[in-house]
Design a protein around this ligand. Sequence first.
Ligand SMILES: NC(=O)c1ccc[n+]([C@@H]2O[C@H](COP(=O)([O-])OP(=O)(O)OC[C@H]3O[C@@H](n4cnc5c(N)ncnc54)[C@H](OP(=O)(O)O)[C@@H]3O)[C@@H](O)[C@H]2O)c1
Length: 341
Amino acid sequence: MSSAAPVSPPPLPETMTAILISAPGGPEVLVPGTRPVPAPAPGELLVKVEAAGINRPDVMQRKGLYPPPPGASDIPGLEIAGTVVALGEGASRFKVGDRVCALVTGGGYAQYCTTHEATALPIPEGLSAAEAAALPETAFTVWSNIFERGQLKAGETLLLHGGSSGIGTTAIQLAKAFGARVVVTAGSDEKCAACVTLGADLAVNYRTQDFVAEVKSFTAGKGANVILDMIGGPYIQKNYEAAAMDGRIVQIAFQQGAKAEVDFMRLMLKRLTHTGSTLRSRPVEEKAALAAAIVEKVFPLIAAGKYRPVMDETFPLANAADAHARMDASAHVGKIVLTVD
Ligand SMILES: NC(=O)c1ccc[n+]([C@@H]2O[C@H](COP(=O)([O-])OP(=O)(O)OC[C@H]3O[C@@H](n4cnc5c(N)ncnc54)[C@H](OP(=O)(O)O)[C@@H]3O)[C@@H](O)[C@H]2O)c1
């Protein structure tokens, strides 16, 4: 009788391919380069990356407008999926060989990436690596801003700007699954149709329609209870007009500027709450609490077939510039993802 020898994992290479930002600029500044494989710090995991999600903040970073926070990798990429290949001191939530998806502070566009174990999640049953890599940034952002800050409740109306975005396609599904009515804005009839197919009750083409009037009409004059805004600029005043009494407006970006002349009378008379947040710079303890909430509240929706990341297109890691060109063109619906060998 022969006994099989234990299989030990292959030794880790010293270097890896990563996408580097050669200079601030257009998609062409994203170039493959060689970097040392990072070592996991205490409490961290080293993940062999199979896929990495692309997010609009990566575009801002590429342009030099969103520098990585202190201590974060300068390699772009805020979310990954892959296999744990090494554990930092004290890391105990996962073991080598586990497949995880993770929210990371940077470094995702690479063959290997470290993550704090608290912001790693098991890959939900039935999701591919690319789908799992498309999940963390939008799930954390949507849960934090719509359900925690915005306190969206069943029966309320959510106005969601950028309904066909990565964030938007997650938000539509989660808000519907929790019993809200969803109105979205998007920039073409095709994108509006995609949002309705995904579950939106009303999609407003912001290029041809007035979203304030449409929301008022949809809600019999009451307005939206929660507004998720990634546009800013002139939308700030319009959101005050579109909001219901006691409405909550949550700002997650300012694509049209963070400065605006606003008549605050509506805010006072409607008792509005106007808030916002960024995800990347939040302490790991806060992200850990969000991760736990997502496993408890969102993962069952995946199992029940009520939420699945909407995939636009995948590109090989070396073609990150093409993936960014697609996001720059804003032709996408849902998530653009890099696949990594
Ligand atoms: N604060 C945070 O924690 C956080 C975290 C992640 C992402 N974000 C922000 O969330 C936004 C979405 O991120 P993403 O990765 O999902 O990017 P994305 O897919 O590129 O989404 C951007 C969306 O904005 C829409 N848009 C542009 N101008 C618009 C307008 N005037 N009215 C309505 N929609 C408009 C685009 O749709 P059209 O093509 O139809 O115009 C597009 O769908 C980004 O601004 C990003 O910076 C914030």
